[in-house]
Design a protein around this ligand. Sequence first.
Ligand SMILES: *Cc1c(COP(=O)(O)O)cnc(C)c1O
Length: 339
Amino acid sequence: MTDAADLVDLRSDTVTRPTDGMRKAMAEAEVGDDVYGEDPAVRALEERVAAMFGHEAAMFVPSGTMGNQIGMRLVCEPGQEILCDADAHVVTYEMGAAAAIFGISTRTVVSDRGLLDADALIEQVRPKSDWHLTATAAIAVENTHNRGFGRVQPLDQLQKLWNWSREADVAVHLDGARLWNAHVASGVPLATYGGLADTASVCFSKGLGTPVGSVLVASEARIAAARLWRKRLGGGMRQVGVLAAACTYALDEHLPRLGEDHEHAQLLATRLGVDPATVQTNMVVLDDVAAPLIAEAAKAQGVLVSQVSARRVRLVTHLDVDRAAVERAADVLNGLLDR
Ligand SMILES: *Cc1c(COP(=O)(O)O)cnc(C)c1O
């Protein structure tokens, strides 16, 4: 058996543990009651993230799901619909929250592994002016795309959708749980991405390696409304600056190193015979493999992977796997893949 410390956990970038430096920043955070708006660490983080994305305001939330759902509620009334791709996180992994909590209808368009196709979405939009139809209030886009295995959305498609949306009076919500990875991989400034969305949610608990935390950015007026929704959902937190401090630390120390995860994913792809061109950020997919067998045999040798389906395995690089760990995982998997 392998020690927990020797495990190479490639299941997800959510499995990271806070580093000593992060724990220190958390311990030293200056805090207050954030429901009173008095937590300096939370305020500093919110102001910093709003500025990074070129938005007026921001709000700290406990999870990306809460950021997405409140973000969508801000731009969609009950009985209206949000359009997104069929594999979007907001309709796949958020427990039907838009419908269950907010009375928002969702409609999906099948995509090529999450690739944003502005025209395909635009074609499906139903106008607000026709009282026969469920009105499409907003379109949700995801960057990078989770079920698209870390795909970075093409900037021209984001721009096309945005330009069209201004004329059409349809809002754009950005699920940017891994927008940091898109930014690092593409070199597109965060403010450019922020400028192509009315509301955007970004996560700190994925590639940036905090234990918890997401931030929703939008206009001043929308964030004021968002604070009401957050409290109503039970997301009002008190001396939560200990968590915000971890996020600020991650922006300083972990965002600049995120490219390493992408290099490690490239290395894994190369070593495992996967076309490196299909790996855009920190996820590698092994197709046409006996996923349950590989996962079990790899685990016995201290390497954890995700089974996406019976024939597909996913590997995700992150802060807690260094180059040596990636090499070791590649050795183990190569022994099992019979390639
Ligand atoms: C992880 C993730 C989220 C948010 O998930 P939480 O677990 O609620 O923080 C949202 N969107 C995408 C694309 C994600 O990968």
